[in-house]
Write a protein that binds this ligand. Structure first.
Ligand SMILES: [Mg+2]
Length: 186
């Protein structure tokens, strides 16, 4: 049976936070910048949760924009996982309605995968996983609680949680090295 890697999109394969911040500033110019995003309820005091979610949706519907570039290491990261025998499921917390722009963007940038999962609960995949790559502390904590290796990129919103059973890194090359060193699911 092959080893499964669950790989997030936003703030894992590209800098979603920058595009999202541009949308948030259109709603309220006083929104703090991503460098100050240290909690998940950052809309509090700036807009409603519904407005905040609509802004997320607009970025996702516009995923295939020329402005939305993947991280320089993203393509090689996915390819090296697959070359090491991982079955790669790209799993993003977003509406299944955003499948067409998401698929187009992944294909355009040569971001290879075996399966694409768009939903509001990726944890349904975790029983199949050897490793979960994500920036969300809550998601990584659920992975680790299920005995799955958790790792991802380091950000202001997950820095304080980096000791909670998962390792966070500055770039995807370092994430790849860590996964291959631990070699989960072998
Ligand atoms: Mg993410």
């Amino acid at each position: 049976m092959s080893k499964t890697a669950i790989v997030d999109i936003d703030n894992t394969l590209w800098q979603f936070s920058d595009a999202f911040y541009r949308e948030l500033k259109k709603i309220n110019e006083h929104f703090p910048s991503p460098a100050d995003w240290r909690r998940y309820d950052i809309w509090e005091g700036y807009c409603s949760l519904a407005t905040f979610r609509e802004a997320i949706g607009r970025v996702h519907h516009d995923q295939d924009s020329d402005r939305h570039q993947p991280y320089p290491e993203a393509r090689a990261f996915l390819r090296s996982l697959r070359a090491q025998g991982f079955y790669v499921i790209i799993a993003s917390h977003r509406s299944p309605e955003t499948l067409p722009p998401t698929e187009k963007w992944l294909m355009r940038h040569g971001l290879d995968y075996d399966e694409l999962h768009l939903s509001f609960d990726k944890t349904v995949l975790f029983s199949r996983a050897a490793v979960v790559v994500d920036d969300s502390p809550a998601t990584l904590e659920k992975a680790v609680a299920g005995g799955v290796l958790g790792t991802g990129l380091l950000f202001p919103w997950n820095r304080a949680c980096a000791g909670n059973g998962f390792r966070l890194f500055e770039n995807l090359d370092e994430v790849r090295d860590y996964i291959l060193e631990v070699n989960p699911g072998r």
